[in-house]
Design a protein around this ligand. Structure first.
Ligand code: FAD
Length: 459
């Protein structure tokens, strides 16, 4: 196989492993795997390979490493930092995208402990559907649930809208099966809560962004299903006000699932692009989700909202409709152009000064750009989206991430580093930490097969 797609020895080996139907070299068939969800990141590959099981993944990785090829693991391709697609040039090496979408087995659900082993290519929506008949559900939820895979969610240590209560993906994983670049299979899927028998490989692979191993199966810890869910939208006058309400909610509402915020600009774009009007007046829409086990929580919620405008709905179409106005913000912004996506976290007290300084910082770096702020306020995690600057211009990214660092924040709260954030990793990680990342990479993937140029290991 060559960059032009002509067959060679590696192509024949890969074809023998996965079958001709699952080795894609035709440019039209490869195209969807070469560009990411944001359309900002893209790069060519020589082939897409779609293995059916762990044995085939191991054989593919062994063959690619032996041939000196680069492998880009790809799940649902919903990642927002360009880590799931090839870079524009991969050091002249041949490039293979390894799609995990055929790793779709869902094992028996252990009703006693609330666990299930699933293939890395199972989507979050498919897993939710499989567990719907049990008293359990998945603890992590995010807007890309129809396409995001469980393997991709582990590889990015995905967060989402329920972190306040159930933590990030790392907190919901009981073990993994993964394949190293040389084809070695590591499997630890017992799911024991207590198991101090050495390094926690599952935890190491959470957030590794396809740079250390290809996840093939995950032991998921489920959480008890809620009885009834209540969603409330509170109109807050400012970020200061929103932070104050969020803190009161965390202190006083039991069974709180999430606290989300959507600024006025993002609410406007949702209204215009999706014809979904803001449910209440207010500069910042604060969305609070909680499980209700009786009237007292609703009374507390009403007291917390005070004089602010509020819309409340219990489970059903009303709650879904309120939630939709948060769930579909990313989708609405994407209709306005190719966004620069800054997924950052700052300490809660720093949110008002950070958001106050933001407009001037954006205007100085990208005059005329539109800026939208929304995200998981309960976790101090804001998604700052800027539309206007060309995809390859990064002056505005630089200015915002420096503002984040100056406010004691992290340059990537939940999306990871990918290809988009490597340049700024030093703002959040020390030289000693970056050296340690490199040492771990060298130990597990000495040939540099897996996703070079992306993730937390700098070239
Ligand atoms: C509308 C929308 C809403 C979103 N909301 C959230 C949110 O609230 N919270 C959040 O955290 N993210 C969110 N995301 C980002 C994205 O959905 C997550 O990062 C998700 O975890 C990616 O899963 P994926 O299967 O699509 O992975 P991909 O995009 O395919 O890959 C992401 C990274 O993981 C690696 N990878 C994928 N599969 C494997 C595997 N099996 N083994 C090893 N490495 C692998 C890739 O190489 C890449 O580096 C959102 C995205 C969209 C489009």
């Amino acid at each position: 196989m060559t960059a032009a797609g002509a067959p060679d020895e590696l192509t024949s080996v890969l074809r023998q492993i996965v079958g001709a139907e699952h080795l894609l070299t035709d440019p039209d068939l490869r195209a969807g795997y070469e560009v990411d969800w944001t359309r900002r990141f893209h790069g060519p590959c020589d082939a897409v390979v779609r293995p059916a099981d762990t044995g085939e993944v191991a054989a593919v990785l062994g063959a690619c490493t032996a041939a000196g090829a680069v492998v880009i693991p790809q799940g649902g391709n919903t990642g927002l930092v360009g880590g799931s697609v090839p870079g524009p040039a991969q050091g002249g090496r041949r490039v293979v995208v390894l799609s995990t979408r055929r790793l779709r087995a869902i094992g028996p659900i252990d009703d006693v402990v609330g666990q299930v082993t699933v293939g890395a290519g199972v989507t979050l929506a498919e897993l939710e559907e499989a567990v719907a008949v049990t008293p359990w559900r998945v603890g992590v939820d995010l807007g890309a649930r129809e396409s995001a895979t469980i393997g991709g969610m582990v590889a990015t240590n995905a967060g989402g809208t329920r972190v306040v209560r159930h933590g990030m993906m790392r907190d919901n994983v009981g073990g993994v099966e993964a394949v190293l670049a040389d084809g070695t299979v590591l499997s630890h899927l017992g799911g024991l809560l207590k198991d101090n028998t050495g390094y926690d490989i599952a935890s190491l692979l959470c957030g590794s962004e396809g740079t250390l191993a290809v996840l093939t199966a995950v032991r998921m810890r489920l959480v008890p299903k809620d009885d009834e869910r209540c969603v409330a939208w509170i109109g807050c006058g400012s970020w200061n006000d929103a932070v104050a309400v969020a803190t009161s909610c965390r202190l006083r509402l039991r069974s709180l699932d999430g606290i989300e915020a959507v600024d006025a600009a993002a609410q406007r774009v949702v209204a215009e692009a999706l014809q979904l009007s803001p449910p209440v007046e207010g500069t910042i829409g604060l969305l609070v989700a909680l499980t209700v086990d009786g009237g007292p929580q609703l009374d507390t919620l009403a007291a917390l909202a005070g004089e602010r405008p509020v819309a409340v709905a219990l489970d059903g179409p009303g709650a879904s409709s309120l939630w939709e106005r948060r769930d579909r913000v990313t989708e609405a912004i994407a209709t306005t152009g190719v966004p620069h996506k800054l997924d950052v976290s700052v300490p809660l007290p720093a949110i008002p000064p950070f958001t106050a300084a933001l407009p001037a910082v954006v205007t100085a770096a990208a005059p005329g750009a539109a800026v939208y702020v929304f995200g998981h306020l309960g976790d101090g995690n804001l998604h700052v989206n800027v539309v206007g600057p060309a995809p390859e211009e990064d002056a505005v990214d630089d200015a915002i991430l420096r503002l984040v660092a100056a406010n004691g924040g992290s340059i990537s709260a939940e999306h990871g580093i990918g290809r988009a954030k490597q340049r700024w990793l030093h703002l959040s990680r020390s030289p000693e930490e970056l050296r340690t990342f490199r040492a771990i990479k060298a130990a597990l993937d000495p040939a540099g097969t897996l996703n070079p140029g992306a993730g937390p290991v700098l070239p």
